[in-house]
Write a protein that binds this ligand. Structure first.
Ligand SMILES: O=c1ccn([C@@H]2O[C@H](COP(=O)(O)O)[C@@H](O)[C@H]2O)c(=O)[nH]1
Length: 234
């Protein structure tokens, strides 16, 4: 279970975490909004509270630039980070190389590299009309999973709707981490490919990413615990 810490300032993010019991160490996702606002200092502050970090910056640039940026990310001690599979094999391999080199320079384990396939806000019409990619969303996602595995990534970001197909195509040891999670009756917001925590667990998701259903809940701790309960089948 990964909580998406989508806040505009470090203060807001840390006061959100203050609501959780001190001995409850969670995994949080720091994305573009918070990282652009607060930089590596927020990574350190969250780590000092004992939480693991998924740094979701979705890199997509020429291979040399991605490799250099990943070398920096590799030194931050995060557990997961992301790159766009659409950048292709050479860029993905460069990302992995940079991440491993950066972590090694600090004597740290390399963060797991997850490739973005098709964003969970993408639907069939966006894929075919806007991106001009033929076929179904699932075909595109499985193709990117295949490419990511061949490029030495540790897993992909996808919708829980595609996890079973990915595991069938590339094996169950390849991670399928899934945002677009919505409890029954929760609003989908801008997400197009959603699943409930329970259905995602049944589909074989290796990790749920949940933002607004927790961060905007009246009681975020209760919302978190409820989703963990559903996800673990208790
Ligand atoms: O395909 C993707 C990739 C990343 N995300 C990120 O996950 C969270 C989801 O937040 P919710 O509020 O639960 O919708 C958010 O930080 C996205 O940037 C994604 O949704 N889909």
């Amino acid at each position: 279970m990964i909580i998406a810490l989508d806040f505009p300032t470090a203060e807001r993010a840390l006061s959100f975490l203050d609501q959780f019991p001190e001995d409850l160490h969670v995994t949080v996702k720091i994305g573009m909004e918070l990282f652009y606002a607060a930089g590596p200092a927020i990574v350190k502050a969250v780590q000092e509270r004992g939480h693991a970090i998924f740094l979701d910056l979705k890199l997509h640039d020429i291979p040399n630039t991605v490799e250099a940026a990943m070398r920096v990310i590799g030194q931050l001690g995060v557990t997961y980070t992301t790159v766009h599979a659409a950048g292709g094999h050479v860029m993905l391999a460069a990302a992995k190389r940079g991440l491993v080199a950066g972590a090694a320079a600090q004597g740290l384990p390399a963060p797991k590299l997850l490739a973005i396939t098709q964003l969970t806000s993408t639907n069939q019409s966006i894929l075919n009309a806007d991106q001009q990619i033929k076929g179904t969303v699932q075909q595109s996602v499985v193709h990117y999973a295949d490419l990511a595995k061949a490029s030495n990534c540790d897993g992909v970001i996808c919708s829980a709707q595609e996890v079973a197909a990915i595991h069938e195509a590339v094996g169950t040891d390849f991670l399928g981490i899934t945002p677009g999670i919505r409890p029954q009756r929760a609003q989908a917001d801008d997400q197009q490919r959603v699943m409930t925590p329970q259905a995602a667990a049944k589909a074989g998701s290796n990790g749920l990413v949940v933002g607004r259903p927790i961060t905007q809940a009246a009681d975020p701790v209760v919302a978190y615990q409820q989703i963990v309960k559903e996800w673990s089948g208790q």
